[in-house]
Design a protein around this ligand. Structure first.
Ligand SMILES: Cc1cc2nc3c(=O)[nH]c(=O)nc-3n(C[C@H](O)[C@H](O)[C@H](O)COP(=O)(O)O)c2cc1C
Length: 209
């Protein structure tokens, strides 16, 4: 075979190899997202320093639960809904009245859930609806029941206009030996579109590296 012919063959072969690599690369690029779970994988990779997370919240009508789930999708860890032994009234007016009385008297309802090994968590996300300008009473029960000294607390709340109100400062008063991060406030009627707010907040409080 002439030298020119041999060179031409070599070039053809290199082109074929390059084509194979490119096609393989494209296939990996196209198929990888089908098999991975972006939210969970990302959370596992990006949460700071392998810290152990607990997400706990109270929610009567589901708004705070929705935000809790969005946080959970991003950071992973345990998620626990707080429930009271005695349920609150279904009737909204009754509920408002009872919540106001409890606020005035400082009543803390008994909780059904007992969190095992609370000492093992580094970061505790605490979620609550705003009730009369502050956290709901069941969340007060949670913060009072457990010793959260030395823990980092990340508060998230849903509301109907008050924003954070006094919730974060009241949490700080109940947990004087915890580090309380900036809180996230989400309007109750916008929780289903809160993913971006949640992500921005997680970056702001350095939960993502
Ligand atoms: C007893 C009670 C008191 C409330 N007080 C306030 C308030 O002071 N300010 C406010 O913005 N929203 C207030 N809300 C509205 C709730 O904070 C809001 O609807 C929240 O998103 C409900 O969350 P949930 O679905 O997780 O229970 C109150 C709701 C209830 C039931």
């Amino acid at each position: 075979m002439s030298k020119e012919r041999k060179d031409a063959n070599k070039i053809d072969q290199s082109r074929r190899e390059l084509l194979k690599v490119t096609v393989a690369g494209l296939l990996v690029g196209v198929t990888a997202p089908m098999f991975s779970h972006p939210s969970t994988t990302r959370a596992a990779e990006t949460v700071t320093g392998g810290k152990k997370m607990l997400i706990t919240y109270y929610s009567r009508t589901g708004n705070t639960r929705e935000v809790a789930n969005q946080i959970h999708q991003r950071v992973g860890g345990e998620i626990i809904e707080l429930q009271t032994v005695n349920p609150y009234p279904e009737d909204y007016e009754e509920l408002k009245k009872q919540a106001m009385q409890e606020l005035k008297s400082g009543f803390k309802p008994e909780l059904k859930i007992k969190v095992k090994e609370i000492g093992s968590y580094d970061v505790i996300f605490v979620g609550t609806p705003i009730w009369w300008g502050t956290m709901a009473a069941p969340v007060k029960s949670f913060l009072s029941r457990y010793d959260l000294s030395g823990k980092t607390i990340a508060p998230f709340i849903t509301h109907a206009g008050s924003g954070l109100g006094q919730s974060v400062s009241d949490m700080a008063a109940l947990c004087p030996h915890s580090r309380i991060l900036d809180g996230l406030a989400v309007w109750g009627n916008r929780v289903h579109n809160a993913q971006e707010n949640v992500s921005d907040w997680l970056h702001k409080i350095n939960i993502y590296e």
